[in-house]
Design a protein around this ligand. Structure first.
Ligand SMILES: Cc1ncc(COP(=O)(O)O)c(C=O)c1O
Length: 330
């Protein structure tokens, strides 16, 4: 089975050989934590005080919601954790259906009371990319925190500077994830960039040992191999854009994506389910937007992770074959 419900990016194997069993025998060392934060601060060209680490960006979404989420806004369809942690803290977020930039702009005028606005950029699962000026506009209109989840930003070309690195807005924070950028979700490592007062408040809530010793080391090595990672990511970006063009020509309705996946809209839920099942029978697993991983009311979309080079041809030809076979449903 080619499982395209998740990323296929694989990390540089040499890193794993550098981490030895002994590294697990000690509690996470604050000095090693500082080395990792120093490397991130050099990578982003921002002071160390503006960065904090988390056990995946998931932990940071939790802590940000606990601190600021009493009156939050979530644009959907999007990643499920913003809503999930709102429920954990018994908060009722305002859910606004995603109608691309106009909604953000018009909607922002009515959002002045919000304490926290979640923006996933590029958005999971649609792959949409929101231009920074729209986010700055939101930050200007709102005193609350604008939390920009940049977990998939590595797949946006040209390589994107973190939006919160801009000193013009103290209320924008951003999240980054080693799970996406370096393809290591099992390591559980993410970080937040933002104004130092916000970062200190987050650090007060984050468990002292939340990032384990192996994750700290893996993170340090991953940044050392940044150039190699970029090459792998650029190959994915290239294959993604080629796949998008092919799907478009074949009569699908793909959304131009800036993530490591492409989402496809279907004329009906029936059509979507037929194609999803047909792909499954051919050994290709994809997710649709009703999956537990998303907050969404849209039923007629699937999200296809970009396959690795070896599987790409088979995946693309299978997509074309099932499109032809079920022409009548389109
Ligand atoms: C948009 C988005 N943000 C955050 C996360 C969580 O990432 P992490 O593994 O760093 O906790 C995911 C995971 O799928 C995601 O898609």
């Amino acid at each position: 089975m080619i499982d395209l419900s998740h990323s296929h990016l694989r990390s540089v194997p040499v890193i794993i050989k550098k981490i030895v069993t002994e590294d697990a025998f000690n509690y996470p060392d604050p000095r090693i934590k500082n080395v990792l934060i120093t490397k991130l601060s050099q990578l982003h060209d921002i002071p160390m005080e503006n960065i904090c680490l988390g056990n995946g960006s998931s932990e940071l979404i939790d802590v940000i919601t606990s601190l600021f989420g009493h009156n939050s806004v979530i644009f959907t369809p999007t990643f499920f954790l913003y809503e999930y942690y709102s429920k954990k803290y018994n908060r009722k977020p305002t859910i606004i259906p995603w109608i691309w930039e106009t909604t953000y702009l018009e909607g922002s005028l009515n959002l002045t009371e919000s304490s926290l606005i979640w923006i996933c950029n590029p958005n999971n699962p649609t792959g949409h990319w929101l231009e920074p000026h729209v986010i700055y506009h939101l930050a200007e209109k709102n005193e609350g925190i604008i939390a920009v989840d940049e977990s998939f930003s590595a797949f946006k070309e040209p390589e994107m500077k973190s939006i919160s690195a801009s000193e013009a807005f103290n209320n924008i924070i951003s999240l980054r994830s080693f799970s996406k950028e370096f393809g290591i979700p099992g390591i559980r490592l993410g970080y937040c960039i933002g104004h130092q007062d916000i970062i200190s408040r987050l650090n007060e809530r984050i468990e002292p040992y939340s990032v384990n010793s192996l994750a700290l080391l893996y993170g340090i090595y991953a940044i050392e191999y940044y150039v190699e990672y970029r090459k792998i990511i650029e190959e994915y970006i290239n294959r993604r854009d080629i796949m998008y063009e092919i799907l478009l020509k074949a009569g699908y309705y793909p959304i131009k994506s800036y993530g490591n996946f492409i989402s496809i809209e279907f004329p009906s839920t029936k059509c979507m389910n037929t194609i999803k099942t047909a792909l499954f029978k051919k050994g290709i697993k994809v997710v649709d937007f009703s999956d537990w991983e998303f907050t969404s009311n849209n039923e007629s979309y699937i999200r296809v992770a970009i396959p690795n080079e070896k599987d790409q041809n088979y995946v693309v030809s299978s997509l074309l074959e099932v499109r032809k076979k079920y022409e009548i449903l389109f």
